[in-house]
Design a protein around this ligand. Structure first.
Ligand code: MSP
Length: 520
């Protein structure tokens, strides 16, 4: 066996309904997973839920439920999201699962045994809402606490701490020596700036059971559960370990290598910019201290707003991905979020922007091309593919190569731009050659054959290129062309795949026009 390409998303807090931001990240990861699988890589794609911590305990209490019952109910809804988004995840982790808990406890015990933790008393200000102790730096200049911290109380508490100071320099060296470790570059620079200018404070990795019991108990001190972030980050490692990954042996009680799939280290952790510090500072230190390899890349995406304002349940400024999918179709949603926003900067959802990309790029761009190409082939040649023509072969080859490079670099917006250069080129080709006029002139029959081949073959190649982003549409194109195989196979993107004499199927519109839909 050899190592699989291992890709993860952040695991979402289970205290509420999924929104655009959660869905966006999962789609990004799915596109990367699909693109690599289509190119022949063996991929393992993990997503899931973060179920412990104060917020979940409180939310469950408010509803008069046990935290576990509360999580179980919501988990159904969140797992439904993976299906609704067409995700191809190989596993779904819930941090309340015994397979995860066991690995977290093994790692805690290992770090304890090797002297990475100490117990100490601490007096300080604590934000109940954010479950974090605050320092003087968190105060406003006038001495008050920002409302984002919610209720702030003074607490004296014994806790367990993780010694971070000894790790600062190697981490800086590692980030400097591995430019791909944190992407995009400006996020990497932010982390380096922070690490170079501030001394790392030790990390409190426990919570006294008296204050919070909804967590994984410290195996070496039953009065405490572990801090939710220590628990959550480990999910990336606990699943490989529980599946018997030989490289995740530190997750087993005796550090013994298993014979399961080779996954660790993760190739890409897809995360939002807000949780970069946890992934770029705490997570590598936890792994290094446990003797485990570091992930290859943290890919930090930006945040969505809607109509220029923060997404917020309380103000109703939300985008419900499920509602959008119900109205416009899954591929329209996946296309928009990937096309609108490069992986990195923040983005802004507007219903007008969504509608306009749908109409211009999907309905009039790709949809119209496929519909015209297949309809003309049906009308003028009875749906029988003519001799191979090379008219757009070079354009297609260039688009295939550019798209492949972008997918492999996780430049997903850029991949779509490359793909649409071929969509636009092929639509321009229709305008330039005017096959509907040629069809009236028998002297041009041979040229019409070439044009019809070129258009149908462009559609076939395009199906392969778009499959990672909009698989349903790609599959419809293959079905209408009645070609064997799957568009999820990159090797099918070579020009000339449509064979002369092949009979295509019946054309049908891919994206119904929505010009008349009222603005919401
Ligand atoms: N549970 C932690 C992550 C633990 S990972 C070991 C968490 N959960 S979350 O539900 O708050 O966020 C999950 C992911 O969704 C994060 O990567 C976060 O950045 C992303 N997003 C949440 N809101 C978002 C937007 N408005 N826009 C884009 N992504 C956003 O943090």
């Amino acid at each position: 066996m050899s190592k699989r390409f291992y890709l993860t998303t952040a695991i979402d807090y289970v205290n509420g309904a999924p929104h655009l931001g959660h869905a966006y990240e999962k789609v990004l990861a799915d596109v990367i997973a699909r693109a690599r699988r289509s190119m022949g890589q063996s991929v393992f794609f993990l997503t899931g839920l973060d179920e412990h911590g104060q917020k979940v305990q409180q939310a469950a209490q408010e509803q008069g439920k046990t935290p576990q019952a509360y999580c179980d109910e919501l988990a159904i809804q969140w797992q439904g999201l993976t299906t609704a988004l067409g995700l191809t995840n190989d596993d779904f982790v819930r941090t309340t699962q015994p397979r995860h808990r066991e690995v977290v406890q093994n790692l805690l015990q290992r770090l304890h045994d090797t002297g990475h933790f100490y117990k100490a008393a601490y007096t300080g200000f604590y934000s109940v809402k954010e479950e974090t102790f605050l320092t003087e730096k968190d105060r406003n200049p006038d001495g008050t606490w920002d409302p984002k911290w919610g209720q702030v109380v003074e607490l004296v508490e014994e806790n367990w701490y993780f010694k971070l100071g000894v790790h600062q320099q190697w981490l800086i060296d590692h980030i400097e020596a591995n430019p791909g470790f944190i992407q995009p570059d400006y996020r990497r620079n932010e982390v380096l700036g922070f690490l170079r200018s501030q001394t790392l404070e030790d990390l409190c990795i426990s919570r006294p059971v008296a204050r919070l019991n909804w967590g994984i108990p410290l195996p070496f001190d039953p009065g405490f559960v572990t801090y939710v972030w220590f628990d959550a980050l480990v999910n990336y490692y606990s699943i490989p370990a529980s599946l018997g990954d030989p490289a995740a042996a530190a997750g087993n009680a005796h550090g013994t290598a298993g014979s399961g799939p080779e996954l660790w280290p993760a190739d890409i952790h897809v995360i939002g910019k807000d949780i970069l510090k946890f992934h770029a500072v705490y997570w590598p230190i936890m792994l290094k201290a446990a003797g485990a390899a570091l992930p290859h890349q943290l890919l930090a995406h930006g945040w969505w707003q809607k109509d220029g304002a923060k997404l917020s349940k309380s103000t109703g400024n939300v985008v419900d991905p499920i509602a959008v999918i119900q109205e416009w179709g899954l591929d329209a949603f996946r296309y928009y979020v990937v096309r609108e926003l490069a992986v990195g900067p923040d983005g802004n959802w507007t219903d007008d922007g969504f509608r306009s990309r749908y109409n211009a790029e999907l309905a009039n761009g790709l949809g119209n091309l496929v519909n015209r190409a297949l309809n003309m082939l049906t009308r003028y040649r009875g749906g029988v593919v003519p001799a191979v023509s090379q008219d757009l072969a070079a354009d297609a080859a260039a688009a295939v190569e550019a798209t492949r490079t972008h997918y492999l670099a996780s430049e997903l917006q850029e991949a779509l731009v490359s793909i649409w250069s071929l969509v636009n080129r092929a639509n321009l080709f229709v305008e330039q050659t005017q096959p509907f006029k040629m069809a009236k002139d028998p002297a041009q029959a041979e040229r019409l054959d070439e044009v019809l081949y070129t258009l149908a073959e462009s559609c076939r190649v395009l199906a392969v290129l778009i499959w990672p982003v909009i698989p349903g549409t790609a599959e419809k194109i293959f079905a209408q062309l009645q070609v064997a195989g799957s568009p999820g196979d990159w090797s099918q993107s070579t020009w000339g795949g449509l064979k002369p004499g092949h009979q295509i199927g019946a054309p049908a519109p891919l994206f119904p026009r929505k010009d008349l839909a009222p603005a919401k």
